[in-house]
Ligand binder design. Structure first.
Ligand SMILES: *[C@@H]1O[C@H](CO)[C@@H](O)[C@H](O)[C@H]1NC(C)=O
Ligand SMILES: *[C@@H]1O[C@H](CO)[C@@H](O)[C@H](O)[C@H]1NC(C)=O
Ligand SMILES: *[C@@H]1O[C@H](CO)[C@@H](O)[C@H](O)[C@H]1NC(C)=O
Ligand SMILES: *[C@@H]1O[C@H](CO)[C@@H](O)[C@H](O)[C@H]1NC(C)=O
Ligand SMILES: *[C@@H]1O[C@H](CO)[C@@H](O)[C@H](O)[C@H]1NC(C)=O
Ligand SMILES: *[C@@H]1O[C@H](CO)[C@@H](O)[C@H](O)[C@H]1NC(C)=O
Length: 641
């Protein structure tokens, strides 16, 4: 009560001092429901100080898709004319008009200019305000929310916030407002494993590989007869006709992203190489530590090491000994990191782009917690590799449209710089991570009926990779099917992003020929971004984890495999003085690239109590265009300028 009175008196006083009467406000961002696990527990104290950050709108952002197509569409005369990082930063720097509009608005809310800071890049404006001041500026209410079961608390505003009409056009987003703390700590959906050991628990030995008929008891490394039961680098080379000896390794680069606490185990790399790529024993990825990312031996479980071991064992063995692989290890062991922390390190202009990271969602460095990384946040400290492969994802619904839009625009900027960004499409078919699906009110539950797409796969400026399998009993030379063992290939339609130009005719033709047999309300039939774009095998990968060989399943596996194959295409282009392939999608959706993927026409990606979508001839939201046919891909890409 007392606080409310003070608030009233203050605002009366402010009007008495002659500030202009408030301009009409418009709703700027809203959410329909809280993210899974969060409930409001009380109003935020009026005196609490919030680090309010206002992200300024970037000029030319509306043109980013056409700018990107201009340099990555195979029919464009500018194909391959990638931009410098400086040109990217310059093109999207906010205007003075935007800065002035926000300063005026803050002043009208009683925020003295001496309390306001403008970032160096002019990307964002920061002011420490009380909850009362912020509520007045944003016409909202701040509450404290608690997360179950972690008990974490978080201040956020209640479902929506507003800005004066003339300010709204200059602002992308304001934090802290609607965004919740859901850092990435786990890998894609549910990367799963099945032990290669027999049920008896006997130690893995030649006898458990009973189907080997060659009489060779040492290894399955060259066995192509049982790729339906276990995938090895040799199986993948056979499936995708992938034999290539790199010749431009000093010009080329490929990066694998891992989020702490998931780290690789050096001895597991050697165990894998010993059996499957003997010349690489002792080889390690080139570590790029981001925000304190380090390889520590303390963890030893599938959850701690499975993803990193899988990604590196397959990426490194497939690109071969001579091509170094970069490991972007992001985050310390206390806070971990998010996609934005990685992007900050790769692009100095992203650190502050549209308000900078969201401190409620992205990790903040230096990390003051005991054992945390004390250094400054990495910002533009590393040059991005030509191909960046990531096997981690969110449910799109857990992020606000403004948050996903900001990050997605950064993927477009990396594309402008000639970088190929690959993301796994998720392992739960049309359902979200944890098999959560949506209700019409936006909440998530395993009993929801509405498909729940994955981000960043729904961003139109990345290439999303789904999973296939060699079906039980099938040969390595038979067509693969959509993965239906242990996991289901993520696929579907975004609820945040409209359909990009490059995929319109392909996806519209799919929908006309094979209309999904579901009410349009459950799969977003409004014409939004459809995924995945491509696929690769994701079933029964033999991976060394904590001293044992396991069978591993997931689009997590499909993604580094695809990255290695496209990296070979880059090598061949760089060797003859051409540019990297950059943003892939406009090429692979172009009619001139027809037939460079092995079409997958069997299998579904079930979820949300349905069969999901069905793999059919041509592109589909289960396996995209299908799996790479390396010789054909190489031939087409070498024809491009
Ligand atoms: C703003 O703050 C500065 C420094 O504290 C002070 O000198 C100035 O009078 C203040 N201006 C207003 C309008 O309150
Ligand atoms: C806001 O407060 C923090 C912590 O006290 C301080 O580091 C920061 O410089 C302040 N920002 C502004 C714009 O005054
Ligand atoms: C790895 O190599 C060892 C020694 O040759 C062999 O005993 C074992 O079966 C191999 N394991 C696999 C999974 O190929
Ligand atoms: C959303 O809808 C579901 C299913 O009808 C219901 O169980 C849930 O309570 C609703 N949640 C909110 C916040 O309205
Ligand atoms: C469907 O996707 C579009 C984006 O293309 C979005 O505007 C719309 O809100 C989505 N529908 C639902 C029900 O989420
Ligand atoms: C089609 O997929 C199913 C389910 O995974 C599998 O059992 C079957 O063998 C596949 N058929 C062919 C022809 O690959």
């Amino acid at each position: 009560m007392l606080l409310t009175h003070i608030f009233l008196v203050l605002s009366l006083a402010i009007s008495a001092w002659g500030y202009p009467s408030p301009a009409p406000h418009v709703r700027h961002e809203s959410r329909h429901a809280l993210p899974d696990g969060w409930t409001p527990i009380r109003r935020a104290l009026h005196s609490t100080v919030l680090p309010l950050r206002i992200g300024l709108a970037q000029p030319n952002l509306a043109e980013i898709e056409s700018l990107l197509l201009d340099i990555s569409h195979p029919d464009s005369p500018n194909y391959g004319n990638h931009w410098s990082a400086a040109k990217v930063a310059e093109t999207f720097r906010p205007s003075q008009e935007a800065i002035d509009a926000v300063y005026e608005w803050l002043a009208s809310g009683g925020i003295n200019a001496s309390r306001i800071k403008l970032s160096k890049s002019h990307g964002w404006i920061e002011a420490n305000t009380t909850v009362v001041e912020a509520e007045n500026l944003l016409k909202t209410e701040y509450h404290v929310y608690r997360h179950f079961p972690s008990g974490a608390e978080h201040i956020a505003c209640n479902m929506e916030y507003h800005l004066p009409e003339h300010v709204a056009q200059h602002v992308e987003l304001v934090t802290p407002t609607l965004h919740f703390d859901i850092k990435i700590g786990e890998s894609t959906g549910n990367l799963q494993k099945r032990s290669i050991r027999p049920e008896s628990g006997a130690k893995l030995g030649p006898s458990s590989l009973g189907s080997l008929t060659t009489g060779s008891l040492q290894s399955i490394a060259d066995d192509l007869e049982n790729c339906d039961q276990r995938i090895t680098p040799a199986c993948l080379r056979a499936l995708y006709k992938f034999t290539y000896v790199p010749v431009a390794t000093h010009k080329n680069s490929i990066g694998i992203v891992e989020y702490t606490p998931n780290v690789y185990v050096p001895s597991d790399l050697d165990m894998f190489f010993t059996n499957f790529s003997a010349s690489q024993v002792g080889e390690r990825p080139q570590l790029v530590s981001i925000d304190g990312g380090a390889i520590q031996g303390a963890q030893s479980s599938f959850n701690d090491n499975g993803e990193s071991n899988l990604d590196l064992q397959y990426a490194m063995s497939l690109v071969g000994k001579s091509q170094p692989v970069t490991l972007y290890q992001a985050g310390d062991f206390v806070e971990g990191a998010s996609f934005n922390n990685l992007l900050d390190a790769l692009d100095g202009s992203f650190c502050t782009f549209e308000g900078g990271d969201d401190p409620s969602q992205d990790s903040v460095y230096p990390d003051t917690a005991p054992g945390g990384f004390q250094g400054p946040e990495d910002c533009g400290t590393t040059k991005p590799a030509f191909i960046i492969s990531t096997s981690y994802s969110y449910n799109e619904v857990d992020l606000t449209p403004a948050y996903t839009a900001r990050q997605c625009a950064e993927y477009a900027k990396l594309g402008l710089m000639g970088v190929t960004v690959l993301y796994s499409s998720g392992d739960t078919g049309v359902a979200g991570r944890g098999n959560l699906c949506l209700f019409p009110n936006g909440t998530q539950s395993t009993s929801g009926k509405i498909f729940s797409p994955k981000f960043p796969s729904t961003c139109p400026f990345i290439t999303s990779v789904g999973a296939t399998q060699v079906s039980p009993g099938a040969k390595v030379t038979d067509p693969e099917s959509a993965c239906e063992q242990v996991i289901f290939s993520g696929g579907g339609f975004s609820n945040h992003f409209a359909m990009p130009e490059y995929q319109k005719s392909t996806v519209e033709s799919f929908l006309a020929k094979f209309p999904p047999p579901y009410p349009k309300s459950i799969w977003n039939a409004t014409g939004s971004r459809a995924y995945p774009d491509i696929a690769a095998n994701g079933a029964n990968f033999v991976v060394a984890v904590d001293g044992e060989f396991e069978l591993v399943f997931g689009t997590s596996a499909s993604t580094p495999v695809s990255a290695a194959i496209f990296s070979a295409v880059n090598d061949a282009r760089l060797a003859i003085g051409k540019k990297s392939i950059g943003f892939l999608n406009p090429t692979i959706y172009a009619s001139s690239f027809k037939g460079v993927f092995n079409d997958i026409t069997n299998g579904t990606n079930q979820g949300c109590g349905t069969q999901g979508f069905t793999a059919v001839p041509g592109w589909d939201p289960v396996t995209g265009f299908g799996t790479p046919n390396f010789p054909k891909l190489l031939e087409k890409f070498l024809l491009l300028p």
